[in-house]
Ligand binder design. Structure first.
Ligand SMILES: [Zn+2]
Length: 248
């Protein structure tokens, strides 16, 4: 099987020479990034907010929360992301989101699994954040489904894309404040009949490409919890990181 896959990759490489998903320059194998590009990506790691995964500048003790999570308990039990959304990673995320650059998918999943050990352990299902069907049509594929499938291949946690749906199309969130984003997506997601019967007692991990304020994950988590999920965690490829002071 591996030999067949390798042969397939080799043939593919002749037709589409492997290039870095970040810079477009040639690299040794499909999905590889150049070392120089890696250096610019800010991978996320502890110390971080135990709840939302926002990185802290210094260690403040196990289980510490950022000010925002301490002020209002989120519906999402724990959230993590592989790297900060910034100058070096923006193009990688945008190409993946809009340009169909799928050759880095397994590499991206590997980073998500590494960052997500706290949220993946004990989980029984991965649920990709659903796109509205009309947006899915314009984009051709749902990047959160692709990421969930790739994470599933590495963790053997099944993907359940049929348990949660987006009921209405929400305006693009770019440039909006946290409050506006929460208002925007509140009530936008619903659990399907299949989800209703499967969710009770389960620990779920929501999967998405970018976490900005966490509003979309929150809007997904609420109906899942109402339907009986015990914990809803979240794992994103990338997240917006604003400076956090764990003491405020
Ligand atoms: Zn937090």
């Amino acid at each position: 099987m591996d030999a067949v896959r390798k042969a397939g990759t080799a043939v593919g490489d002749l037709i589409w020479p492997p290039v870095s998903p970040l810079t477009g320059r040639n690299v040794a194998a499909t999905g590889q990034l150049e070392a120089a590009s890696w250096a610019g990506i800010h991978f996320l790691d502890a110390p971080w907010c135990d709840t939302c995964g926002l990185p802290f500048a210094y260690w403040v003790g196990a289980g510490a929360e950022c000010g925002a999570c301490a002020a209002r308990t989120p519906a999402v039990h724990k959230a993590r992301a592989a790297f900060a959304y910034g100058d070096s990673s923006r193009q990688l995320v945008l190409d993946f989101k809009h340009g169909g650059r799928l050759d880095a998918l397994d590499q991206l999943a590997q980073w998500m699994v590494r960052a997500g050990s706290d949220v993946l352990g004990g989980a029984q299902a991965l649920i990709p954040v659903p796109l509205h069907p009309t947006r899915l049509f314009s984009r051709r594929y749902n990047q959160s489904v692709l990421l969930a499938n790739a994470v599933s291949r590495r963790t053997a946690i099944p993907v359940e894309p049929g348990w949660l749906v987006r009921k209405r199309r929400t305006p693009t969130q770019a440039g909006q404040s946290g409050k506006a984003r929460r208002r925007n997506v509140a009530g936008a997601f619903a659990v399907t009949a299949r989800g209703q019967s499967a969710l009770p007692g389960k620990t779920i991990v929501l999967i998405d490409d970018v976490m900005t304020t966490g509003a979309t994950f929150e809007a997904c988590a609420k109906p899942l919890l109402r339907s009986g999920a015990v914990f809803v965690n979240a794992l994103a490829l990338s997240r917006v990181v604003k400076p956090a002071d764990p003491t405020t």
